[in-house]
Design a protein around this ligand. Sequence first.
Ligand code: SF4
Length: 246
Amino acid sequence: MAPRPGNDPSLLEGYLSALRFLKGLGIETLPIPKEAPMPTSQVTVPSAPEEPSAPKTGRDPARLLAELEASLADCARCKLAKGRAKLVFGEGSPRADLMFVGEGPGRDEDLQGRPFVGRAGQLLTRIINAMKMKRDNVYIANIVKCRPPGNRNPEPDEVTACMPFLMRQIEIIRPRVICALGSVAFQALMETKAPISKFRGTLYPWREGIYLMPTYHPAYLLRNPAKKRDVWEDVQVIMKFLEDAA
Ligand code: SF4
């Protein structure tokens, strides 16, 4: 669950970083009061489900994730195994309400074995901070856990081979919202070939009481900074949904 302002003094630096990020987008006002209308008529926010899909208590998701990660250590179920330096399992809170899913590790992630640690990852961290959270409050993973050569998109057989592990992570964590970062994640999770640009901005019921928000990948934002405003609108929808669900 997202921490609330005032409960964690260590969030202050994160908020300041977030404000700098937003100011860079030309956004001067924050945050959206609970009763305020959404910033654009295009976005829609479904009512939060009255109950999460299943109680999060009485389980040990950290242990379940650790067991899953250990079971993948030598995974060679697809051809990406050959080129990896490190498998990038994912990281964050095992009880996160919000999960970010990208397409696959890049060079920095492959070397460090951690998701979203390169330039795009730093931008994702700023986006998370702008949402009044820290990376520790969310969970970050990818569609494939090993780096595609030359940062190409994962191929269909690789996605098929690796998806069961992401699905198991989602089953263990039971987030309220999955934010799909970029077309590969959106199309794999929604089992569609539709362009993300037509679907971003709206939370879609996904499965098991979990909602999915498609938005642009941070690497795309680095190439197209003007799209940052779209992403900010998308994450505001998520923030309002999580606030209502709390
Ligand atoms: S990408 Fe996934 S399925 Fe392929 S080798 Fe890596 S962990 Fe295994």
